[in-house]
Design a protein around this ligand. Structure first.
Ligand SMILES: [Zn+2]
Length: 430
């Protein structure tokens, strides 16, 4: 974000390029150390543990270390003493992998702890002057949308080289958490919602658009950027089936200027420039005014990079208080006033109870998408194969007739498929 770069430069924070160079230097140094270590070989006196070279003697030390201290022979214990540097390197590795493992684990507070923590959160919500909510994939898992970095998340699966499949995303509906957030906004307790989800569920919960920043786009919205201002087309189906990293054309055209329509998704490595639905202005203004930030179901690994969301240019004491609800570790945990290890829906149910506000149920007949949507023109009816959001009972006949096209095949393309698996390259600004 340009806002970030300017703010970062002003605050004397190293630029992205500088940070990358530093990281790379560290990796190269570690690699060199490791190689030098292998080259040095077993050193003096190892003959008693069988003469070996390179990796193998390193493995021998590792093998000895795996044994309980009492189970080691005198000879093995002496070998460990002789190869202190190997022992230390192995210990460092053990610590590193233990930390990594712990960060990926999902932790749940027991019900007593959860209640106490939520009571604290409720107090903060009541006291807050300007509460802003940040949401991630964890709030949509109950709507059968895959989360991102959880054990079965999209990112985790792609890292393991597994294909990502999911039931049809158009069938997902706003969760308890979405509905609670909408209600808290209605009660004027939440001022703004910043989401990294593309599933459009905040919008469908009835949260007004001016109170929402969908930083990574909305899978139901395609836009014409040839029109000024950009013209939006809300659809009742996932518009991203043909799009991916750096390929945003949806294949349909603007009904006003015939320009190519594009999706609004921001893939990894891309810079989101669309004013809507990203609404960066709304997000940064909200963060600027926030005294409390509530993060729900996000690993924060991506959000943390958007410096303007965290007021990092201020001294720590004057930054907004952070409340984090997530099952896994997040990089902001140490800075948080309170970390709640729980499922978002559970926490929100308890929170609403404490605030004495009824949890509203999602009612399809009130889903704004049906009034926002632009029907496809006759010649466009076969321009997609994704299923339509089923209209509420009794209104079946008001939708364009493409229902028959819907298939139940696994969804592989679009905003959570190809694009995410590829994107590491950063697109240079022209
Ligand atoms: Zn146009």
């Amino acid at each position: 974000m340009e806002v970030d770069t300017a703010a970062a430069a002003a605050a004397g924070v190293p630029s992205r390029a500088e940070r990358k160079a530093l990281e790379k230097a560290k990796i190269v140094q570690r690699e060199n150390e490791r190689n030098a270590f292998k080259m040095r070989g077993p050193g003096k006196g190892v003959s008693s543990v069988k003469a070996v070279t390179g990796n193998e003697w390193f493995r021998q030390v590792a093998r000895i270390m795996k044994k309980a201290e009492g189970a080691r022979t005198a000879e093995e214990s002496r070998a460990l003493l002789r190869h202190r540097d190997a022992v230390e390197e192995l210990r460092r590795r053990q610590v590193r992998s233990a930390v990594l493992k712990r960060k990926q684990e999902e932790v749940c507070d027991d019900s007593e702890v959860l209640r106490t923590k939520v009571a604290q959160l409720a107090e903060a919500v009541k006291q807050a002057q300007h509460l802003v909510v940040y949401t991630g994939a964890g709030i949509s898992t109950a709507a059968s949308i895959p989360d991102y970095r959880g054990p079965n998340g999209v990112w985790t699966q792609l890292q393991k080289g597994q294909a990502v499949c999911s039931s049809d995303l158009g069938k997902a509906e706003p969760t308890v958490t979405h509905m609670c957030i909408k209600m808290l906004h209605k009660e004027n307790l939440v001022k703004h919602v910043v989401s990294q989800n593309c599933d459009g569920l905040h919008l469908r919960s009835g949260l007004p658009r001016h109170a929402l920043s969908e930083l990574h786009g909305n899978m139901f919205i395609e836009v014409c950027t040839s029109c000024t201002p950009a013209r939006e087309y809300v659809r009742m189906f996932d518009v991203t089936e043909r799009t991916s990293l750096h390929r945003h054309g949806t294949g349909r055209r603007c009904s006003h200027c015939a320009g190519d329509l594009r999706d609004t998704i921001v893939h990894f490595g891309e810079r989101g420039t669309l004013e809507q639905p990203l609404n960066w202005r709304g997000a940064s203004e909200a963060a600027e005014r926030a005294d409390v930030i509530l993060c729900l179901g996000s690993s924060l690994k991506v959000l943390k990079k958007y410096a303007c969301l965290w007021c990092m240019n201020r001294p720590a004491k004057r930054r907004p208080k952070l409340y984090i609800v997530n099952l896994q570790w997040t990089p902001k945990d140490d800075l948080a006033t309170l970390k709640i290890n729980g499922k978002c829906d559970d926490v929100m149910n308890l929170l609403m109870e404490d605030l004495d506000i009824q949890v509203p149920l999602y009612n399809k007949a009130e889903d704004p998408i049906f009034s926002l949507a632009t029907p496809l023109r006759l010649e466009e009816e076969h321009s997609h194969s994704r299923s339509l959001i089923a209209p509420p009972a009794g209104q079946e006949d008001c939708s364009p007739d493409t229902q028959g096209l819907a298939t139940d095949e696994p969804v592989q393309g679009g905003w959570f498929g190809r694009g995410y698996s590829k994107g590491r390259k950063k697109k240079k600004a022209p």
